[in-house]
Design a protein around this ligand. Structure first.
Ligand SMILES: [Mg+2]
Length: 463
């Protein structure tokens, strides 16, 4: 799963230049940005495509049809305008280098004049028009996601079941669903059961809280939602689609009559906590294969302890005492060998010096490696988190500088390599196959920590 942000979180009108927000989202840790095609043209699409390539961030696209472009209509001319609009949208999506276009692409946005009647005709008209797009979708390798919307925004396709029915009438590999928890919370009896039912038909996923604000600040159970997405091995984008700003041109389209959150940038920063849920569950799933299934929960417990401590105590003398305290709080809260060994890196980070960044990072890595080897009696190649630290340390020495792209690539390669290793430490060494074929969960959690660390270092250097 890749976390993304809809640019509508920021824009005041649909024609606003979104390029500044793409970098903001990338710097906040997100892997994709969603662009509403309302207000975009070929020129802006090419610019967005180039920028996303330069910043190494994915673009996802959404659009909506108007009443004059309603492909469920019995009027052939209206359907033709709708089809042309969708072809234009597919072309803009392609110019941005994006592989996913979703939203209200199966009907017009808004309640139709026949108030939910004649649905079978609507299914027929909509599916026939969408079938007519499958060649261009295949040609451009773009997937189309139909978004079931709540009853106040459309009278056609409100539920996952209805969306699946339309998909089955089209029956094509490039047309599936975009599911949005905001709409599902209104329409589904049990949204997780609906996610399970939609399974591989889910091409894209939108998240927001029940009030369309910051996920985790309200009533929705994001633990359960991510657990369900993990169960079906969903690997697409999970995009924040918050509509939080009132008194803007976009507010009237989204029925936002008061500020749901005060500041869009704060909102996306707070929402990044979703990555914690997503990651700790993934780590637990890996640990279920070769350990006792709680490695993710253990790290999360440690992090929560440190965060809650510093939310009320912010007195510390220097970075050494600050990182010492974080390391100690996490170690005690996590317990066991992972608590002792995983927190060494955090303690060593206290010695970082931005005036001598490269050398102090090298020292941090060599000290961390030595202490893990000594205290944990673990060696490189034993299938542990050392199998990430050692190659990254070598990469840093060989490059003689901090090259983010090379480091991220090396982390991914090293992580993948742990699959081939036999476990010689931890519970996995007692398994018959010694965990061969499975990524080491400790290496996985370390890969996340190191990626975030180097991204932050890179951001600091560029600011
Ligand atoms: Mg949505």
């Amino acid at each position: 799963m890749k976390l993304g942000v809809h640019s509508a979180t920021f824009v005041k009108n649909w024609s606003e230049d979104i390029t500044p927000y793409i970098k903001l989202c990338r710097d906040a840790g997100y892997s994709s940005v969603e662009v509403s095609l309302l207000g975009q043209n070929e020129k802006s699409a090419i610019e967005i495509g180039k920028l996303s390539k330069d910043l190494d961030i994915n673009i996802t696209c959404t659009t909506g049809l108007s009443k004059d472009e309603d492909i469920t209509s019995n009027n052939q001319n209206i359907r033709k305008r709708g089809k042309d609009k969708l072809i234009e949208a597919i072309n803009l999506t392609s110019l941005m280098g994006s592989k996913i276009l979703s939203g209200v692409i199966h009907t017009a946005w808004g309640i139709s004049d026949n108030y939910g009647k004649d649905k079978s005709l609507k299914y027929k008209n909509s599916s026939n028009t969408l079938i007519g797009l499958t060649d261009i979708l295949e040609d451009k390798d773009i997937k189309l996601g139909i978004e079931p919307l709540n009853r106040y925004e459309t009278d056609f396709i409100n539920t996952v079941d209805e969306g699946l029915e339309l998909c089955s009438m089209i029956n094509h590999s490039h047309i599936g669903l975009l599911l949005d928890v905001y709409h599902m919370n209104i329409e589904e009896k049990d949204m997780c059961a609906s996610i399970l039912k939609a399974n591989h038909n889910i091409f894209h996923f939108h998240v927001a809280e029940n009030d369309r604000g910051i996920p985790g600040s309200g009533e929705l159970n994001f633990n359960r939602i991510f657990e369900t997405l993990n169960t079906i091995n969903y690997s697409g984008n999970v995009t924040l689609e918050m509509f939080i700003q009132s008194n803007q041109e976009t507010s009237k389209d989204l029925f936002t009559w008061r500020n749901i959150e005060n500041n869009p940038f704060d909102a996306i920063q707070k929402s990044y906590e979703l990555s914690l849920i997503q990651n700790y569950q993934k780590i637990n799933m890996l640990d279920q294969e070769i350990g006792d299934g709680d490695h993710g929960t253990t790290i999360l417990r440690g992090l929560e302890k440190a965060v809650s401590h510093f939310s009320t105590n912010n007195e510390f003398n220097n970075s050494i005492s600050f990182m010492n305290e974080i390391s100690k709080l996490m170690r005690i809260s996590m317990g066991g060998a992972s608590g002792i060994l995983m927190t060494i890196f955090f303690k060593e980070l206290g010695n970082l010096n931005f005036n001598d960044l490269y050398n102090t990072i090298l020292t941090t890595f060599s000290n961390t490696i030595n202490k893990i080897e000594t205290r944990g009696k673990v060696n490189f190649g034993d299938k542990s988190f050392l199998d990430i630290y050692v190659p990254i340390h070598q990469e840093l020495i060989e490059n003689n500088l901090i090259d983010l792209d090379k480091i991220i690539k090396k982390i991914d390669e090293s992580l993948e390599y742990t699959k081939s290793l036999e476990a010689r430490v931890g519970r996995a060494k007692f398994l018959d196959s010694k965990g061969v074929g499975v990524i080491d969960p400790g290496a996985y959690s370390t890969s996340i920590i190191l990626k975030e660390f180097f991204k932050e270092i890179n951001n600091e250097k560029n600011n």
